[in-house]
Ligand binder design. Sequence first.
Ligand SMILES: Nc1ncnc2c1ncn2[C@@H]1O[C@H](COP(=O)(O)OP(=O)(O)O)[C@@H](O)[C@H]1O
Ligand SMILES: [Mg+2]
Ligand SMILES: [Zn+2]
Length: 514
Amino acid sequence: MPIARTWSVALVGMDAHLVEVEVDVATGLPRFILTALSDRVLRNVEHRVHSAVNNSGETWPARKITVGLLPATVPKSGSRFDLPIALALLMAAEALPAGALDEWVVLGELSLTGAVKDITGVLPSLIGAYKAGRRKFMVPRTNYGEAKLITDAEVVGVGSLVEVCDWLRGEAPQPTTRDEEPVQSSDIVPDLADVIGQPAARRGIEVAAAGGHHMFLKGPPGVGKTMLAERLPALLPDLNTDEAMEVTAIHSVAGLLAPGRPLITRPPFCAPHHSASTPAIVGGGTGIAAPGAISLAHRGVLFLDEAPEFGPRSLDALRQPLESGEVTIQRSAAVAKYPCRFLLVLAANPCPCSAGGREPGQGCICSSPTRTRYLGRISGPLLDRVDITIELEPVSRAVLENGARGESTDMVRERVLAARDRAGHRLAGTPWRTVGEVPGPAVRRRWPVPRDVTRPLYRALDRGNLSTRALDRILKIAWTLADLGDLPRPGIDQVQEAHALRTGYDVATLRIPA
Ligand SMILES: Nc1ncnc2c1ncn2[C@@H]1O[C@H](COP(=O)(O)OP(=O)(O)O)[C@@H](O)[C@H]1O
Ligand SMILES: [Mg+2]
Ligand SMILES: [Zn+2]
């Protein structure tokens, strides 16, 4: 009997590798040999394929079956090769016409009954196959919407092995899948108008959104820290086409796409709980590492609520990804890479007791060293990446009851988009797109600010009240404030306000300690 082949795709992190599936059915004692670098799920492929073939009315060849997945050096995992292996096997057994799938790339898990089940990572797999010149894709019907995001390709969604066999034998037409009605987004996006008071924090998230600055919200429980963080993504611009595909591809690998609305066009929000494991946060797991929260937040917002409660290992593991916008996860099976360029928002109560940091005497039982140690859990190197720190105070009863609503998300977003536009023009031709991405020293050197504007900063620097790094951060925020105010460059007012946003002083005072 001849050797038959089909094509599929192995996914290592976000990297797709075209795989040739070879099946040899030869005389010899009936056995099934898989020659591939594989994980546990893939090693059990025989059981799934055997049952699926039998339960689809096909005959399992009682011979020596050898399955090869090439190139052999690429690690392979999961159940995505079930369908291509079953089809190559039936071709090798001459139950299906040879060569019928030479132009197709096939992906799909088989249930024991022969149904084709959805898999993760379809979009990045097909993007890779497309780049390798492939234009015909067979995928599980439940992944059809996602696969169709590749325009300019022929996509067939299949529901069962029977359906595919009937088609390939010419006994039924090529399976079709109706385009699903695009599901209207029904998510209620929380609005900034709901946040009462907190002018400093409202200003802070506007600046964070405009410049892409990481921020830290400090304050007792119930003052609106979580409310504010959740309202940050809605202030950011839509993802462009490339970003949307990249973000969708990451969520595809994680198996998190909404079936009726696969393409993600808005910046995501990801808020892992502090009890989450380090692999859940930065990526990992058995076999080939899966993306973690930092990658699910790619091009959006990563919110670490109660940041001091996160394990030191997790917080430490954020440093390198924050620096490079990419995370590399080494496992014995393979090295996986995922993008992770996110806006970081940290929130913390000032102390660990349930009074949550109201002044000692107001129910807080923590000593001063306890309070210092608590916030100290967030390491210096991590805080060094944070441009904006806001200290929130409880909103007074009078203000709450008066209930005056603040500006809405739409109003603030308009200013944010205009500011991003201005920054975009200034940054054209550089590797950076937002002020937040620009390294501090580069801001100082490339876009100098008049001496009389920066004089108070340099005076504070000379007296040891300010570090060079802090000075650079203040200048960055000052530039974003200038962008928000439609000014050609920051003036004294912007530097003053930037200092307040940097250090957590109340914006109202705006004083740099001399
Ligand atoms: N500034 C505020 N404006 C309106 N509601 C608020 C404000 N602060 C707190 N709340 C109310 O208190 C609840 C808890 O707020 P939350 O943002 O979770 O506080 P925190 O994260 O600071 O503990 C909110 O769901 C909201 O109902
Ligand atoms: Mg909270
Ligand atoms: Zn306390």
